[in-house]
Ligand binder design. Structure first.
Ligand SMILES: Nc1ncnc2c1ncn2[C@@H]1O[C@H](COP(=O)(O)OP(=O)(O)OP(=O)(O)O)[C@@H](O)[C@H]1O
Ligand SMILES: [Mg+2]
Length: 271
């Protein structure tokens, strides 16, 4: 098992970049909206492509643009479903942005609604419903709880998460890292409990971002290129110690923020 940890200098860069981009976002709200839209699209594509080798991200880009053959199911039923799920993923992120504006707490009903929004058109019978069977995660030692334990396993951690999440004021390095730490816990909670038959990774990656959206952060995009270190970081985490997934998210967020920083430099040139 291997996972990534930022050096002190990289962590300093992450924190500086976050506060600099937040300041620029407040100064240039249209640029902020554009950057968040770009990241939402990128996240939807990468969150869907991370596991599925059959539908490469180049095809997901075609789907995202609504380009190419109008009815994708005529090419393949599977490709048609991928199209629905990509749109569902984008819709769920938009929905979470709205929930974040209303400062809604994280909850079981939010987790179910995220799943429903992603899968309502591709697997309507399973969308928004917890699994009724026991599951294993292929290639992993971790065994998720039995199906009857799912609601309780989630609920056990949700109130603790909300107590912290809703009370942070992001003003310095410590409070910034607190949001990433809680985001890692929310992500891990869903990945670890594996409440659904399928789609747990996609819901987990969206749920983790809810912590960030609540505090007006830009999205974090987990690029498909990091799939192996990402999965290792989940497998190496435990409830007593979620630092592997936390460190992975720090690493991933630095890359995400670097991607949009050039865009803000461009905007700054006008003034
Ligand atoms: N050892 C592990 N411990 C906790 N969570 C894990 C572990 N291994 C994998 N996961 C999570 O499970 C997800 C895969 O589950 P599932 O197939 O239900 O979801 P999915 O949305 O279809 O996922 P993906 O798009 O990543 O396949 C991974 O993306 C990851 O988030
Ligand atoms: Mg899957």
């Amino acid at each position: 098992m291997s996972y990534v940890v930022l050096t002190n200098r990289e962590r300093e860069e992450l924190v500086d970049l976050f506060f600099r981009l937040r300041h620029l976002g407040e100064k240039y709200p249209l640029a902020q909206e554009e950057a968040q839209t770009a990241l939402r699209c990128l996240k939807a594509i990468h969150s869907n492509a991370i596991e599925d080798k059959a539908v490469d991200r180049i095809f997901l880009q075609v789907l995202m643009h609504g380009a190419g053959v109008p009815d994708k199911s005529k090419i393949s039923r599977y490709y048609g479903a991928a199209s629905f799920e990509l749109r569902g993923q984008e819709a769920v992120l938009r929905w979470l942005e709205e929930e974040a504006k209303k400062k809604q707490p994280f909850s079981i009903s939010m987790i179910l609604e995220m799943h429903r929004l992603i899968f309502k058109d591709s697997i309507p019978d399973m969308a928004g419903k917890f699994r009724e069977t026991d599951v294993r995660i292929s290639g992993m030692v971790h065994v998720p709880p039995q199906s009857y334990q799912v609601p309780e396993a989630l609920q056990q951690h949700i109130s603790g998460i909300n107590d912290e999440l809703l009370n942070i004021e992001v003003k310095d390095e410590e409070s910034f890292l607190d949001v990433i730490r809680i985001s890692a816990q929310m992500h891990y909670l869903i990945a670890n409990v594996h409440p659904f038959e399928d789609g747990n990774g996609r819901v987990a990656r969206a749920a983790g971002n809810y912590a960030m959206l609540l505090h007006d952060f830009y999205y974090d995009v987990i690029m498909t290129d990091y799939r192996d270190v990402y999965l290792d970081s989940l497998e190496s985490s435990t409830w007593a110690d979620t630092s592997p997934i936390f460190h992975f998210l720090e690493y991933s967020y630095l890359e995400t923020l670097r991607r949009i920083s050039g865009f803000f430099n461009l905007i700054g040139r006008d003034g």
